[in-house]
Design a protein around this ligand. Structure first.
Ligand code: ATP
Length: 603
């Protein structure tokens, strides 16, 4: 029950706080206080005051971080020979310089956006904003002007750091022009190459060089006194990727970095000496997770300033001596299908990670084989949890595409259709109900009612108000977990609830020509049971016939899943609609199909 939880939480988090380089200005009165009943998530580390950015930048004895250690190693995309290193001391001084410059331009508490690739400068700016007591608004660099505008409006950002262009795969894409189209707020523009911004700026905007020179009059521009804040102060506004609906604006505090770094320490075994690489962006939750996990665990951050899809990226992984390489399934699929990593030496890797979407078992086997079958730690959580609720763990045997445990101190039950939890040792499938006491979970949303989204209508369990996350998970016979997608993507086929992911796993393997599949169901126009539709993207050079594929899919599904399931339509498409972070948008396919069926029915 809850009192046992309190004792074990205290024991565990006390250890974690010593293992991570977290230093308090004012120590917490206790680990968790549950007396305020208006806060079902509890009050964590009450009374504590700190600055989590400072914790990233200061030397420490445990984990060992010395001023001379490399904090960041990076490479520019087209420069295959050079590796750049930033030592901890230089890193701290650069962050402090930017913090001083921020003070000359902004007012305390202002929200300041970052919309650019996750480069060394982006990381420096991120930590400077937090160090100086402002709030970062993270925006992924792939968004169109309209998307950028929405995020700036919701967060009420007073300025934005951006680049003139983005270089990716040897090509130049405009970024500043998108930002300008989005919003009149002040933009500070970093040149993608060299020192000069490659275009004319608006009057209110500033070049990076001009911005930095605003500190020239200070006696010690490289030194800055951090702004210490209560642990639950807002540091970062992030947006979920919007697979199920409109993106939610989620607040991160100084607690959130502690959460994700703990998971990196406990589940991915990130330590001092590790070189951690994960192609992502600060606008995705993985960006801040990677940044904080690396520095609070005392590791080195490896950044590739370019596309992760090419061999150049793989060469960087080799040359930088990356020890842990994070991925998302679509990247792995691309590497495998082009075989661009052939012959590279990835032997320094001790493990891989995967997140974002259900990974493909065959692709995982291929990935693991790149480094003599090193494990792949699967991670699944959410922006609002600041980390994962379910993960792999190097202390347990790992299975591809599966999770071996709930994250440390996270708890959940699997609910049946009536909201009743299955027994903990029973193989089952259902929607996850999270235990509400979870250090680092959100308790506010800027653009929606937090309780409505995450709490209201979720069942109770042993006196606890469970928290919603929306994933369907399966507990297997051996006690592993498989995430089967979002509850919104489940379908009812002939009275049997099935997840899209489950059907896609079978269809993906039905024929050599198949790159990937997406399964959705639609209600027929004139009523009756839902119809199963499979969308297919074929591998390059293959042609497919929908009718033949339909038979193959049906056969495969009947053999592997359920003899009663039948595929009604197969549609071959050039590519799938995805969120900006590459998550499959089944709801868009569903709408397309609904529309198509209703048009047909009118003919
Ligand atoms: N390793 C994984 N395996 C399967 N699914 C994953 C994995 N990692 C993440 N996911 C999916 O991504 C979700 C978290 O993503 P994120 O926080 O961006 O929210 P979202 O669901 O994409 O957006 P929204 O809440 O706006 O719909 C998880 O709930 C899960 O469905």
């Amino acid at each position: 029950g809850p009192s046992y939880l309190l004792v074990s939480f205290s024991a565990y988090w006390s250890i974690v706080l010593k293992e991570l380089s977290v230093v308090f200005r004012e120590p917490p009165k206790c680990i968790l206080d549950t007396t305020d009943k208006s806060k079902p998530g509890g009050t964590w580390l009450p009374g504590s005051v700190l600055n989590i950015a400072e914790c990233c930048l200061q030397p420490a004895s445990h984990p060992s971080k010395k001023d001379d250690d490399v904090a960041i190693v990076w490479r520019d995309e087209m420069d295959d020979s050079a590796l750049h290193h930033l030592k901890l001391k230089e890193f701290r001084e650069q962050v402090m310089l930017v913090a001083n410059a921020l003070d000359t331009t902004f007012t305390k508490g202002d929200a300041i956006a970052i919309d650019m690739p996750m480069t060394v400068n982006a990381v420096i700016i991120y930590l400077a904003i937090v160090l100086a007591g402002f709030v970062v608004v993270s925006i992924a660099d792939s968004f169109a002007a309209k998307e950028i505008a929405t995020r700036l409006r919701v967060s009420n950002a007073k300025g934005i750091f951006t680049q003139d262009f983005i270089l990716r795969g040897g090509r130049k894409f405009p970024l500043y022009s998108r930002v300008v189209e989005a919003n009149p707020c002040k933009a500070i523009v970093i040149p993608v190459i060299g020192n000069d911004v490659g275009l004319q700026l608006r009057n209110q905007d500033q070049t990076w060089i001009d911005f930095l020179s605003s500190v020239n009059h200070l006696p010690r521009p490289n030194y800055y006194t951090p702004v210490y804040q209560p642990v639950d102060s807002l540091t970062n506004i992030l947006f979920s990727s919007g697979t199920t609906g409109d993106p939610k604006a989620i607040g991160w505090t100084h607690l959130s970095p502690i959460r994700c770094s703990e998971d990196a320490w406990a589940h991915v075994d990130i330590q001092d000496g590790d070189v951690y690489c994960w192609p992502t962006n600060l606008g995705w939750v993985m960006g801040p997770i990677l940044l904080y996990s690396t520095f609070l665990c005392g590791a080195t951050l490896a950044l590739f300033h370019g596309s992760p899809l090419s061999r150049r990226f793989g060469k960087f992984v080799q040359d930088a001596g990356v020890t842990v390489l994070g991925t998302v399934p679509s990247i792995v699929k691309a590497w495998k299908s082009t075989n661009c990593m052939e012959g590279l030496d990835w032997t320094k890797l001790k493990s891989f990670c995967s997140t974002g979407e259900a990974s493909n078992v065959d692709d995982d086997l291929w990935l693991s084989s790149r480094a003599y079958y090193k494990p792949i730690i699967e991670c699944c959580g959410g922006t609002e949890l600041a980390s994962s609720y379910i993960q792999g763990c190097p202390l347990q045997p790992q299975a591809f595409g599966a999770f071996s445990t709930a994250s440390m101190t996270a708890g959940f039950v699997i609910l049946d259709e009536n909201g009743v939890s299955y027994p903990d040792d029973m193989p089952c499938v259902g929607e996850v109900g999270l235990f509400p006491l979870y250090l680092g979970a959100s308790d506010r949303l800027l653009n929606a009612d937090h309780d409505k989204v995450y709490l209201i209508g979720v069942p109770m369990y042993k006196g606890m108000q469970l928290r919603r996350h929306g994933d369907i998970i399966k507990r297997t016979v051996g006690g592993y977990f498989v995430v089967q997608g979002r509850a919104d993507d489940t379908m009812n086929l002939g009275g049997i609830k099935t997840s899209s992911v489950e059907i896609e796993r079978v269809c993906d393997r039905a024929e050599e020509s198949i790159m990937e599949t997406a399964a959705i169901s639609v209600a027929p126009v004139d009523g009756g049971p839902e119809l199963l539709v499979i969308f297919v993207v074929l591998k390059k050079g293959f042609v497919g016939e929908p009718d033949k594929l339909k038979m193959k899919f049906s056969k495969s599904i009947q053999n592997n899943l359920n003899p009663l399931f039948k595929v009604s339509f197969v549609k071959i498409v050039p590519e799938f609609p995805r969120t900006a972070s590459n998550k499959l948008l089944r709801r868009v396919l569903r709408d397309q199909m609904k529309h198509e069926l209703s048009v047909r029915s009118k003919i």
